[in-house]
Structure formats: structure tokens, C-alpha cells
Write a protein that binds this ligand. Structure first.
Ligand SMILES: [Zn+2]
Length: 283
């Protein structure tokens, strides 16, 4: 046998050994396969479950409560800030002070954009009461004057469907003023929301006594002009809504309040809160 033949024979033998080895390895592998398959089954199931979670039905947040939001002090402004409020995408209630340059035009624009409008009636304060001289209700006034002023406000802003009070630490604690406001509101079948600018307010209880639909403010949003504090007040408002079913907040037509609402309304909606007009939150 030549050296050449010997080498060729060794190569053949080696190849046969390799082929046998490959067959043995394949058999061992086949034996293991069922185990591998079963281990893959749960993984596939988990993937199917994940795809179910992403369906629109399951991603809809669970309802947590209703927030009624009143924005006070409209009437002075007709600028990018008041326009910004008109571009918010939620059922909000806008409270307009009568007697200002943009009171009537803003109210009409707000109703056109599907917001709810109420009169923001100036009432006497304990300390000083300035501005809105034609409309402010003073405790020294006779019944006729008070009722005429309330009527005049609704005549100027006929799209308004209710009222809350601007300031009024003295007026909202005064039976004479609140009963005369109540008489006009009742005649017109409207409602009154107590802004609660003083702990001595009798606005809500007077309306209840007279059988007029009413509600009270739970949280003031922007007593402090600070984004994190206003955001914290919005969260507090949502917590009250979650606990009681609904809650009413009051903010003001200010750039910083607009900035927080633009961010927080969609955030709270995603958490399961619904924004609704205060006219739907009365008792
Ligand atoms: Zn006000």
C-alpha cells in the first residue's frame, strides 16, 4: 500500500466516524427537542396576552371621578391668554364679570366654542371693594337695587346660565344680599355656585333653603402663582373628586393657570377623571 493510499483510507475512515458522530448527535438532539418545544409554549402564550393588553378596550382608563372647573375673572382680557382658554379641549365653565370691555364678546365666543358661561358677580368685600361700580352688590343696598343689578348682569350676558361670586367676603355672608340674588336666579330658573371666599359664607345654604340648584367650590387652584403649586392643587382636586364622586375647582384667567391646565387636563383624563360643566354637578 502506497503512502498515498494509506492517507486516502485514513481520510475515508475519519469521514465515516464523523458521519456516525453526526447521526448520534442528531438523535440526542431529537430526544431533547420535545422539552425545548414545551418550554417555548408558555413564552408564546405570554406574547398573546401582551397583544390583548394593547387592544383599545383594555387601555381605556377606569373611571375615577368627575371634575368641575370654573375659570373666574373673564371680561377684562381679549388676548392670547383668553384665546388659549377658548382652545382647551374639555367641558369647562367660564365665569365672566359683567361691565368690562370684553364681557359680552368673550361670553359669546365661549358659548360658540361649547364652553359653559356663568356670571361672575362682584359682591362686597370686608376690606375694600374696587371696580365694577355699576354691578357690585353692597350690603347697604335696598332689595330693589340688588335685584336690578343682578338682572342687568344677565341682560348684558344673556348666554350665562348661572352665577358665582367674585370676592364677596362680606356680601356672601349677608342674608339680605344672598336672598335677593336668589329671588332673581329662581325667577330665571338658573343656579348659583358658592365660590367660598370666606368661611362665613351663607351662599350655598341660602340657595338650598330657597330651592335653587347650587354647589360649592372645593379647591382654589392658583392662589399662588407657581406651576408646581397649581399642579399640586389640581392633584388635590382630583383626589377630592375620587373620594366624593365629583369636585369643583376654581382657577383664574392667568397665563400660569392656562399653562398648567394645558398639561394637566389630558394627564387627569388619562388617569380616568372626567371634566364636566358645573351645571351637571349641582344639588
Ligand atoms: Zn373673581
Amino acid at each position: 500500500m502506497s503512502k498515498q493510499d494509506l492517507r486516502t483510507n485514513i481520510i475515508y475512515i475519519l469521514m465515516v466516524i464523523i458521519v456516525i458522530l453526526l447521526i448520534v448527535i442528531k438523535k440526542i438532539d431529537d430526544k431533547n427537542k420535545p422539552d425545548v418545544d414545551t418550554s417555548e409554549v408558555p413564552v408564546e402564550k405570554v406574547e398573546e396576552d401582551d397583544s390583548d393588553d394593547q387592544s383599545p378596550e383594555i387601555s381605556t382608563p377606569v373611571y375615577k371621578g368627575t371634575i368641575g372647573l370654573i375659570i373666574d375673572d373673564f371680561g377684562y382680557r381679549n388676548d392670547n391668554i383668553s384665546d388659549g382658554f377658548l382652545n382647551l379641549n374639555a367641558k369647562l365653565t367660564y365665569a365672566v364679570i359683567p361691565g368690562h370691555e370684553h364681557s359680552k364678546s368673550f361670553s359669546e365666543k365661549a358659548v360658540d366654542k361649547n364652553f359653559e358661561v356663568i356670571i361672575h358677580m362682584p359682591l362686597e368685600n370686608i376690606f375694600s371693594t374696587k371696580g365694577e361700580e355699576e354691578f357690585v352688590l353692597m350690603t347697604s343696598m335696598v332689595s330693589d337695587t340688588i335685584q336690578k343689578r343682578v338682572n342687568k348682569a344677565f341682560n348684558q350676558i344673556p348666554v350665562a346660565i348661572g352665577m358665582n361670586n367674585h370676592q364677596g367676603s362680606k356680601g356672601s355672608a349677608d342674608e339680605h344680599i344672598m336672598e335677593n340674588i336668589g329671588k332673581v336666579i329662581k325667577e330665571k330658573s338658573l343656579f348659583f355656585v358658592d365660590s367660598r371666599t370666606t368661611v362665613n359664607t351663607i351662599a350655598e345654604s341660602t340657595m338650598e333653603k330657597m330651592g335653587i340648584p347650587t354647589a360649592r367650590r372645593n379647591v382654589f387652584l392658583d392662589n399662588e402663582a407657581d406651576v408646581s403649586k397649581i399642579t399640586a392643587q389640581m392633584i388635590l382636586l382630583s383626589q377630592v373628586a375620587e373620594k366624593k364622586g365629583f369636585a369643583i375647582g376654581i382657577g383664574h384667567v392667568k397665563p400660569i393657570t392656562l399653562e398648567v391646565l394645558q398639561k394637566q387636563i389630558p394627564v387627569l383624563e388619562k388617569k380616568g377623571f372626567k371634566f364636566d360643566f358645573v351645571s351637571n354637578l349641582l344639588h
